[in-house]
Design a binder for this molecule. Sequence first.
Ligand code: NDP
Length: 253
Amino acid sequence: MSTELASTTALVTGASSGIGAATARSLAARGARVALVARRRDRLDQVVADITDAGGSAFAVEADLTDEARAQAAVHSVVAESGRLDILVNNAGLMLSGPIADAPDGEWDRMLDINVRGLLYVTRAAIGHLTDAARDSPRGVADIVTISSTAGRVARPGTGIYSLTKFGVNAFSESLRQELLAARIRVGVVEPGTVDTELLDHVRDGAREAMRANVDAIVPLRPDDIADAVTYMVTRDRRVAVNEMLVRSAEQT
Ligand code: NDP
């Protein structure tokens, strides 16, 4: 345990697995009190138990963030429990890849609902609380870090709608960054390459096998590698804003 983030509260969306769970553990290990938000309560409780067993502080908030009222309530319940919000990590997301022409009904909406709408609902609900934390805390700054993707910088066949959401996330984050300068809220994106998580499990039959083969052909990133990037961004001195980090597997094209 270190104390770089002592007295802060961090909210991590999609903290029940993969990159979100690793990020929650990493921020807690730096002294942050971490609120873990996602739908699968049993998985959230397991990560909370891991963090508290390691001497950290964490609690779970079960919420489907595609529902605007539930997303707002989740943010407000974190502040009600902790009294503050210093760091927001927008991580919850879905990748449902495959050719655009063959997409099953509803697949695009599922991605847009969490990758875009859920992100917007949580972010808007958090801004006022982050502003208060930046103004009132000795740290003098607050943070929003959003997990985008290499697919937010490079579009390839089969990832059209996913790329649409992640290019959009980057544009949104850059606009928000400029809007929130005066509030001393740093806004940044981390763009992971291939990370070995449950992300592929949701990809439709037929497309998933090819994507799995691509992952198996290289040594992929681990969730901790992305957690490291997020942690680096939010532990910089207040004079430093790391706005973008592109982190690929060393074997990835
Ligand atoms: P996982 O599938 O392991 O994690 C996704 C997380 O999002 C889960 O915790 C899930 O929780 C949560 N989530 C999904 N839908 C909702 C919802 N409606 N409400 C609340 N939470 C939700 O995959 P990753 O860890 O890989 O993905 C995390 C982020 O990283 C995503 O934004 C993804 O696009 C991005 N990314 C991943 C890459 C990779 O190669 N793995 C590469 C580049 C970017 P639950 O189901 O419990 O609700």
